[in-house]
Design a protein around this ligand. Structure first.
Ligand SMILES: Cc1cc2nc3c(=O)[nH]c(=O)nc-3n(C[C@H](O)[C@H](O)[C@H](O)COP(=O)(O)OP(=O)(O)OC[C@H]3O[C@@H](n4cnc5c(N)ncnc54)[C@H](O)[C@@H]3O)c2cc1C
Length: 486
């Protein structure tokens, strides 16, 4: 079986690794991994400067989703897995230039602790009153999808959207709470609303169940003499580039084509014709792991309805700016991992991470890394700016938010790194699940075709890995079945 994988981001690489494993296990499998850029890895890219790991794209993955850590272990990187420094986990929201900590007990946007919610400076008295009355909220009669902002607004009011939903979602998805689908992005909240009406009551019930489960798990682990605390985020000691490099080293180099964009895709008898650099080649199967906007162009020629649905998935662009400082030149940073900036603050920055605090051991003592995240749904003007202008903007905004005593405007960073990510993060807009039903229905009509990547069923690294591997397993199983039937 010959398979083409289009796109060498983490999803495409995971698919190629899975095919490589099937080949090593004796399968008659060949694959070609096509990547338009000169390097593999897509958004995953890091480098080490003066002993400091600087991530250009993602900096970590969620520990609760196992696919990424499992792949790292399988690749022999288990000893490189590094947990986030959760003892120091504290996040702030910028409110009129001041850093206000997120109140204790906040779960998935939902306040669950009375006193911290009553005392927080994040919300005014009207919102606090709404939060108390939310306990009486009736279930929603309609099953129709709505935006995350609409869901939060109905339960907690506009201030909760502006100071909570908006910054948290733009910090995670680089997206807009007024556009993102509640059903696709926060399905648990939608289920809770259906069951309990009140999200707070739903979250408290879920919390009780989780605590009981954790207590049982801890008792079981203790009786087996083991207890593994899990932190929220996990990364790799040397940066996520380690995952890209190790994965690449496991692939057959003759079957990896960098700087080779696929320009055409055609369904032919018994397989697919893949065109790149003026060449047409036959493959039995194709895994399209390029972003949905690129997949839409390629597959639109084969199936216009599929192409239209893929092309209709919105994407956001973003910019990361890493600033490396000599810690002695800074004042004392506030405790914690960093802060989020609500859109209503009118700034270019969406978030800032104190990298040296979030992951210990990736920054030598005496150095501090402040990583700014800029973008959202309308970042074109920012993307067009020079590195110099972007760095100047970030330094000014950091100085204004942290205060000149912590970071004086004139304090020169030792190193700066600017990375632009154009249309890199898919946005699960209202109606995404319906769109996915249509997409899955169309894909199922085409033998030997699978999709993988961040546009479909999870934006994070673990989901992309899971989908990439699953696509490869399904292609192998489909072809085995075909052979068995002949
Ligand atoms: C700045 C930033 C920060 C992030 N932070 C986190 C984080 O902390 N944790 C987390 O879990 N996730 C994070 N994410 C999300 C996560 O990194 C991405 O969702 C994931 O890496 C996407 O992987 P992918 O393989 O689907 O797509 P991509 O990485 O976009 O790869 C797709 C590849 O397809 C190639 N391609 C496109 N067209 C063609 C063609 N015609 N022929 C051949 N190749 C083609 C592209 O060049 C690209 O390399 C972040 C993303 C960004 C941009």
């Amino acid at each position: 079986m010959r398979a083409a994988i289009i796109g060498g981001g983490i999803a495409g690489m995971a698919a190629a690794f899975e095919l490589e494993k099937a080949r090593a296990a004796g399968g008659a499998i060949e694959y070609t991994l096509f990547e338009a850029q000169a390097r593999l890895g897509g958004s995953l890219a890091s480098e080490t400067v003066n002993g400091v790991v600087l991530e250009r794209g993602p900096d970590s993955f969620l520990s609760e989703k196992p696919a990424a850590a499992e792949l790292c272990r399988e690749l022999g990187l288990g000893d490189q897995l590094t947990p986030s420094n959760d003892a120091n986990r504290k996040t702030y929201i910028v409110v009129r230039n001041r850093l206000v900590p997120l109140p204790d007990g906040l779960m998935f946007l939902i306040p669950t602790k009375l006193i911290p919610t009553a005392l927080t400076r994040l919300f005014g008295p009207v919102t606090k009153l709404r939060m108390a009355l939310e306990l009486l909220h009736p279930p929603r009669p309609s099953q129709q999808d709505e935006s995350v902002a609409a869901l939060v607004e109905r339960h907690f009011g506009t201030e909760a959207v502006n100071r909570l939903a908006d910054p948290l979602l733009s910090g995670i998805y680089g997206g807009d709470a007024t556009q993102l689908s509640a059903r696709a992005v926060l399905p648990r909240l939608v289920e809770m609303e259906t069951e309990y009406g009140s999200l707070t009551r739903g979250m408290l019930a879920a919390h009780r169940k989780m605590r009981a489960k954790a207590a049982n798990g801890a008792a079981a682990a203790k009786s087996q003499g083991a207890q593994r605390p899990r932190t929220i985020f996990t990364t790799l000691r040397g940066g996520l580039q380690q995952l890209v490099d190790t994965l690449e080293s496991r692939l057959n180099p003759d079957w990896v084509r960098r700087s080779t964009a696929v320009s055409g895709l055609e369904k032919v008898e018994g397989g697919w014709r893949v065109s790149s650099q003026g060449k047409n080649e036959f493959y039995d199967a194709v895994i399209v792991a390029a972003p949905a906007w690129a997949a839409g162009v390629l597959l639109g020629a084969v199936d216009p309805l599929l192409g239209e649905d893929l092309g209709g998935i919105p994407y956001s662009s973003s910019i990361t700016v890493n600033l490396l400082y000599d810690e002695a030149k800074l004042g004392t940073l506030p405790e914690g991992f960093g802060f989020l900036v609500p859109t209503v603050e009118g700034r270019s920055m969406l978030a800032c991470t104190f990298v040296h605090r979030k992951f210990l051991g990736r920054t030598p003592p005496g150095k501090a890394v402040l990583r700014a995240f800029l973008g959202g749904m309308r970042p074109e003007a920012l993307l067009a700016q020079s590195d110099e202008t972007l760095v100047k903007t970030v330094r000014r905004e950091l100085s204004e938010i942290l205060g000149p005593k912590v970071l004086a405007l004139g304090t020169e960073p030792e190193h700066v790194q600017v990375s632009r990510w154009r249309r890199a993060m898919a946005q699960y807009a209202v109606g995404h699940l319906e769109r996915m039903k249509r997409i899955n229905g169309r894909v199922a009509e085409w033998p030997g075709l699978r999709l993988a990547g961040n546009a479909y069923d999870g934006i994070g690294i673990p989901d992309c890995i899971r989908l990439g591997r699953k696509a490869a397993q399904e292609i192998v199983a489909e072809k085995e079945l075909e052979v068995a039937r002949r």
